[in-house]
Design a protein around this ligand. Structure first.
Ligand code: ADP
Ligand code: MG
Length: 302
């Protein structure tokens, strides 16, 4: 089972669109897929036709009330299951602050009852709080959706630093397996330049002991396509809404690329936590939130 968090603390970069449509593509390819909505805006749930009134169990109950992840899953298409969110989820950030092992709630809920999946895709909220932390503690992999826009690189240092802190302190398996360009404009020169800069950055990290030393900048780029923006209003993935669109084609190719990443080369074990090492990452993340955003992508952590 591959557990992949779609993570970028910026909003509007394509996390939800990618979670839904990569999930749908993997399901169409015969994989059993569970999508976990960890964003209180519940865009993913809405996108797949699960509005607040149709949801019985949700991810708030998974995190705060001991409901297992398996119990919260609803099948929305063959092989495609969703653990939906409602706006209640916003309360979890506050309610869990005093709870024991508050960063491991999602992982514990996933282990509480058997569920079978080839892929679990977690749609993270656009923030660095406890909901994101729970997602990163449960996942083995992170895929970072990016816009090929120079501002998109702002905040990258913090994003990487967050993943590194979680990997060092809480979840040694975590690694950044991929970077995906979404809303890609083929024509403007900037897209190509930004993509090149990102490629160079990750290539330079190959020899370093960081969770992004084997990050793949996906060959597949998701082009800007209006059908992808329309599909949520119809409660459908792009595979149902517009199967002949460029958006559908791009996500199908992405799914092929994701399926080709093998356990051995792209998803590996990391060194474990030292005994009695205290998880202190939340503290670190809070500090990080207080800092001014990294000025540019060149500001590499460590
Ligand atoms: P995030 O989850 O990171 O906040 P979304 O996936 O919700 O980002 O995307 C932000 C907005 O951009 C949404 O309205 C979505 O429909 C739209 N969008 C995402 N990807 C594309 C694309 N490739 N082409 C056109 N619109 C897109
Ligand atoms: Mg979203």
């Amino acid at each position: 089972m591959r557990k992949i968090a779609l993570f970028n603390q910026k909003g509007g970069v394509g996390k939800t669109t990618t979670t839904v449509n990569l999930g749908a593509a993997l399901a169409a390819a015969g994989k059993r897929v569970v999508l976990v909505d960890m964003d209180p805006q519940a865009n993913l749930s809405f996108h797949l036709g699960l509005d607040q009134t149709k949801v019985s169990l949700n991810t708030y109950q998974v995190l705060c009330e001991g409901v297992s992840l398996a119990a919260a899953c609803v099948e929305v298409a063959p092989n495609l299951l969703v653990a939906p969110a409602t706006t209640d989820l916003a309360g979890a950030e506050v309610e869990l602050v005093e709870a024991a092992q508050r960063e491991l709630r999602l992982k514990t809920a996933a282990e509480a009852a058997l569920f079978v999946a080839d892929y679990v895709l977690i749609d993270c909220p656009p923030s660095l709080g406890l909901l994101t932390l729970n997602s990163l503690c449960f996942a083995d992999e992170v895929i970072i959706p990016l816009q090929a826009h120079f501002l998109a690189l702002q905040g990258m240092a913090r994003l990487l630093e967050t993943c590194q802190l979680v990997q060092q302190r809480l979840n040694p398996r975590l690694r950044i397996s991929g970077v995906l360009f979404c809303q890609y404009e083929a024509a403007p020169r900037l897209s190509g330049e930004v993509a090149e800069e990102v490629e160079t950055f990750f290539a330079a990290a190959r020899e370093q002991d960081v969770p992004w030393n084997r990050t793949r900048v996906f060959d597949t780029q998701i082009r800007r396509n209006i059908k992808l923006a329309e599909a949520p209003s119809f409660g459908q993935s792009i595979f149902l809404y517009a199967p002949s669109s460029a958006g559908c084609a791009d996500y199908a190719v992405l799914a092929e690329e994701v399926m080709k990443m093998t356990e051995a080369s792209d998803v590996g074990e990391r060194p474990g936590l030292a005994e009695n090492q205290e998880p202190v990452v939340e503290q670190a993340i809070t500090v990080t939130i207080g800092e001014t955003p990294a000025a540019s992508f060149e500001t590499q952590p460590q």
